[in-house]
Write a protein that binds this ligand. Structure first.
Ligand code: ATP
Ligand code: MG
Length: 366
């Protein structure tokens, strides 16, 4: 197993700074997910780690050894590209064996290793097929087997599931996660799908505009986002704007939409001050129709919008000029126009400084 250390890495394409001074440490056997909007630099960062791009500045170390100047084939990384990049004129066997052939592995050993890789991805018996004779999911597995067969130090996966349908995507991501843990390979996985990131990762690095905005476990980045970009990119939330009235040891009191809310900052090093403009971040699953009056914000509003999602209802409650999103059981008996009282625990209202609002450009429309 291998650690990957990225130190102050920068890559420019003309005037575009694709990767901007990124520092990141990935542990032995860790499943690190890079997530962020299109164009934020995920693929470029992965290609820099693989050696397919040369950085303008910074270093990359595997197990403390500087690999920045090594060509790709000397870095021992296995990469799965977004479009699989299988060779159409080669069979499954030949596709998987290719990396071993160029490494001059003896013929018998190649046979053994390809068999091992095929079993790993559950494709035994398909070795003589050509890529066009395979389904999307099977092609994806061939690409994975091809990356794994060389027993790489580091596995790099660039949106490997984006061409698959929703059901297969869920199956395959569970399989990739299982394989990764079984083999213990340090893995860096790129996706722009926030749900995929939350379910598959040991840790997530959230990127925006070439920079890493926050790194943490799925729980940390979801429950304790350090800014509005991370809060709104990972999962759904309501954002309200307000002004700080009081800062005490336990809670921060904020006025927003004519109501008084109490909430917390996600981390002790984030400070807000009286009179400061702030954002309140509220996850839909934290809002309920009942609660303990001594530990909840109680807000009255009018049901403004209801949407059926199979196993639940999404509901928006209008409060002055804003709407708070919540989820209810699918069979809840409610109607648009009804008055509704909602309870939001003080501990689940996150208060963040409102500055840096440009970062909310990607906030999902509620
Ligand atoms: N070879 C290149 N030449 C010029 N610009 C490039 C090149 N590769 C990437 N870029 C630019 O660098 C930025 C980062 O691109 P990158 O492909 O790393 O984004 P990404 O996060 O992988 O996006 P996506 O989710 O759409 O795949 C973009 O602005 C892109 O246009
Ligand atoms: Mg990309």
């Amino acid at each position: 197993m291998v650690t990957v250390s990225i130190r102050e890495l920068t890559k420019k394409f003309g005037k575009v700074i694709a990767v901007n001074n990124v520092t990141l440490d990935i542990n032995h056997g860790e499943f690190m997910v890079l997530v962020g909007p299109s164009g934020c630099g995920k693929t470029t960062l992965l290609r820099l780690i693989a050696g397919l791009e040369v950085p303008d500045h910074g270093r990359i170390l595997f197990d403390g050894e500087d690999v920045t100047d090594l060509p790709p084939y000397k870095r021992d990384t296995g990469m799965v590209f977004q479009n699989y990049a299988l060779w159409p004129h080669m069979t499954v066997f030949e596709n998987i064996a290719y990396g071993l052939r160029i490494r001059k592995v003896p013929r018998n050993e190649i046979k053994k290793r390809v068999k091992w890789a095929l079993e790993l991805v559950k494709l035994e018996g398909l070795e003589d097929r050509y890529p066009h004779e395979l389904s999307g999911g099977q092609q994806q597995r061939v690409a994975l087997a091809r990356a794994l067969v060389v027993q790489p130090k580091v596995l790099l996966l660039d949106e490997p599931l984006s061409n698959l349908d929703a059901k297969l995507r869920v199956e395959m991501r569970e399989e990739i996660r299982r394989l990764q843990k079984e083999l213990g390979i340090t893995t860096i996985y790129v996706t722009h799908d926030q749900e995929e990131a939350l379910t598959i990762a040991d840790r997530i690095a959230v990127m925006n505009m070439g920079q890493i905005i926050q790194v943490g476990t799925p729980y940390e980045v979801y429950r304790r986002p350090r800014n509005l970009f991370v809060a709104s990119f990972l999962g759904r939330c309501t954002i309200l704007w307000g002004k700080v009235l009081k800062v005490s040891r336990d809670y921060i009191t904020v006025e927003s939409e004519g109501h008084i809310f109490k909430g917390i900052v996600p981390s002790n090093d984030i400070k807000v001050h009286v009179e400061e403009g702030v954002a309140l971040v509220i996850r839909p699953e934290d809002v309920s129709l009942e609660g303990d009056a001594s530990s909840c914000n109680i807000v009255r509003g009018v049901v403004d919008w209801i949407s059926f999602s199979g196993d639940h209802l999404d509901v928006k409650v209008k409060i002055n000029n804003s709407r708070i999103l919540l989820t209810l059981d699918a069979d809840a008996d409610i109607n648009v126009g009804e008055r509704m009282t909602i309870y939001i625990p003080y501990d689940s209202v996150l208060i963040l400084p409102a500055k840096g609002v440009y970062e909310v450009a990607y906030a999902k429309e509620l």
